[in-house]
Write a protein that binds this ligand. Structure first.
Ligand code: GTP
Length: 199
């Protein structure tokens, strides 16, 4: 039987991807201190994959505790480079340094999903995309940051693929929706399998 989804996320991108796919979804951001949690997990030696999964679960659980009968989706995206985990840039300088570090290199985006139903975790998935950045010039980078800061500040990698962020790359291997922060196809398949959306 179709069931509405509670999205434990402040991400406009995730909400619009789900709505555009025809999923009946309500967004109720689960405010957790991601930076502190990410840093402490990393200090304990957690792999970026496990950090993304843990953060997604914490967001889902926080909302599921308040809505124990609901179907709740928590999400988190982490950029993995050199075995380190990065989130959204805190400032334009942060974004500049991160993009200069990634220039000419390959990094991985990990997008984790955790679904709670009846107050318990019932499904989880991590999407992975490998992205290679071209050797863009510092001059081009300054223009990119000035033109796009208001938008890219909300993205884990410091870029929005569907906007000018595509100009950072020479190669991308993986699913477009996973780059945007929501591995949509595996989620829709699971929702269909469980009868929560029409198949
Ligand atoms: N539109 C767009 N959004 C992107 C892209 N890459 C990453 N993002 C967004 O970057 C954000 C990743 O940070 P997260 O901490 O996972 O999510 P958030 O936006 O803080 O929202 P919460 O789920 O409430 O934590 C998500 O909102 C992603 O949708 C992209 O290429 N395009």
């Amino acid at each position: 039987m179709p069931r509405p989804l509670l999205l434990a996320s402040a991400s406009e991108t995730r909400l619009s991807l789900l709505r555009n796919a025809g999923v009946q979804v309500t967004a109720l951001p689960a405010r957790i201190d991601e930076e502190t949690i990410r840093s402490s997990l990393e200090a304990e030696g957690a792999h970026p994959r496990d950090i993304a999964d843990a953060l997604a679960e914490m967001k889902a659980r926080k909302l599921a505790d308040k809505h124990p009968d609901a179907l709740v989706l928590g999400c988190d995206q982490v950029l993995e480079f050199d075995r380190r985990a990065f989130g959204k840039p805190a400032s334009m300088e942060d974004a500049r340094q991160q993009l200069q570090m990634l220039r000419g290199q390959s990094h991985r985006l990990l997008s984790a999903l955790v679904v709670y139903d009846g107050g318990k975790p019932v499904w989880r998935h991590i999407g992975r995309v490998d992205l290679t950045m071209r050797h863009f010039s510092d001059l081009w980078l300054e223009g990119y940051l000035t033109r796009n800061w208001d938008s890219l500040r909300h993205s884990a990698g410091g870029y929005k693929l569907e906007e000018e962020g595509i100009r950072l790359f020479s190669a991308i291997e993986g699913d477009y929706f996973t780059v945007l922060g929501l591995p949509l196809l595996p989620l829709l398949s699971w929702l269909e399998l469980r009868g929560f959306i029409d198949a």
